[in-house]
Design a protein around this ligand. Sequence first.
Ligand SMILES: [Zn+2]
Length: 200
Amino acid sequence: MYTTTTPARIDSSVRHLIESLAPGGQASYLDVRPEPGAAFDGCFSNVRAKSERDGGRMLCGWQLWEWPRVLVEAEFHAVWLSPGGQMEEITPKRHGETSVLFVPDERCGYEGKVVDNVRVPLDDDQLIHHFIRVSRAIVEASADGTRAGDRPKRIASLRRAQRFVGHSIHAGLREHDPCLCGSGSRYRRCHGCELERALG
Ligand SMILES: [Zn+2]
């Protein structure tokens, strides 16, 4: 399920997200110029390899995404800073984006740990809040060493919920619409109620 893409413009919600992460940060659009051999989800190792080969260095920050009318999102990300001081996006994009919106944030270096995406809803609706909460819960469950035994089961059920909610939003449903499952009840009173309990 494909949801987010590069924001078409830096509107107030994108600007707000940037201010909350990197106050005073300057976002710029960078053309995607994938380095041969670079991996889709490996910006840090891609940039490290590139710097070892061609000089320059890693520049960490946030790549911004948007699911129009649903949410804006920031993903911890690295681009290559060329020896001449030019920011370059060398990591290919799974869904073929030809440009990215990136804001450098020198305060947070890459320490090899998973940094969850930061997501902000664009509408006050339970389906959107649930999508954001369930996405966060998946990352938390993945990192929760105390529940190693039932972790795969919990993650699988959270992923199912994430797909269900994602499909609902894609179908244009909101919390007061009939639930996607076909029960005839509103989402709020059907799967929404169930997920609310599961998320605790
Ligand atoms: Zn339902």
